[in-house]
Design a protein around this ligand. Structure first.
Ligand code: S6P
Ligand code: ZN
Length: 199
């Protein structure tokens, strides 16, 4: 954050030919071990983790005061890969202040945003370079990279007082998952969502 938090500032998204913020405050790295219980194929998860604790995604955040009126923003990079047939993805979350929206601008790659509401409405929207995705208030969201080779890179913007609620997704998962079926990604019901919910 600039020293004078209320002064305009600008930054670049490409640096040295690489899609990266020229200015950021936080670099979050999420590895496979941080995603325990999130992929539906637990055997595949355990097998990969026994070999290597792969980096699944990274987030570069620009800090702003976490108050209403400010906007938090940054870059999310989901790396390519699968656990079993399920594509690499973010953990996903509701906003703690449920009635807050978010915008994602896709800069590179291809994938989906998997979304759902507390009432069980589901939506899965494509992400592709130069497309914009609007996540309305009350929708949990998770980005999924369906490219076998390329990073999925998105720039996100959301109200700075929104906060994050990971608990419900960690407990139940999303109702929909994105899997690789030969060369085509398909969306299907999460095979372990029901059983987790019934526990
Ligand atoms: C925050 C926004 C993104 C995600 C990022 C990682 O509201 O949606 O910055 O934090 O894509 O996902 P997650 O689910 O691990 O926070
Ligand atoms: Zn969010």
């Amino acid at each position: 954050m600039p020293e004078n938090a209320n002064h305009p500032f600008s930054f670049d998204i490409v640096q040295d030919g690489r899609t990266i913020l020229s200015q950021y405050d936080n670099h979050i790295v999420r590895k496979l071990s941080d995603m325990q219980g999130q992929f539906f194929d637990q055997l595949a998860y355990d097998a990969i983790l026994a070999e290597e604790d792969k980096v699944i995604y990274e987030v570069y955040e620009v800090k702003r005061p976490e108050v209403s009126g400010e906007l938090l923003h940054g870059l999310s990079i989901v790396h390519p890969g699968t656990v079993g047939s399920e594509h690499f993805m973010t953990k996903g979350h509701f906003h703690e202040v449920l009635e807050t929206a978010e915008i994602y601008y896709c800069l590179h790659g291809e994938g989906y945003m998997v979304m759902e509401t507390p009432d069980g409405d589901c939506a899965v929207e494509p992400l592709k370079a130069q497309s914009v995705l609007y996540v309305p208030p009350c929708w949990a969201h998770r980005s999924v990279n369906t490219s076998p080779t390329d990073d999925l890179v998105t720039f996100f913007i959301y109200p700075a007082h929104a906060g994050h609620d990971y608990g419900s997704i960690e407990e139940h998962g999303f109702r929909k998952v994105v899997v690789a079926d030969k060369d085509t990604p398909i969306v299907m019901d999460n095979p372990v969502w029901q059983s987790k919910d019934a526990r």
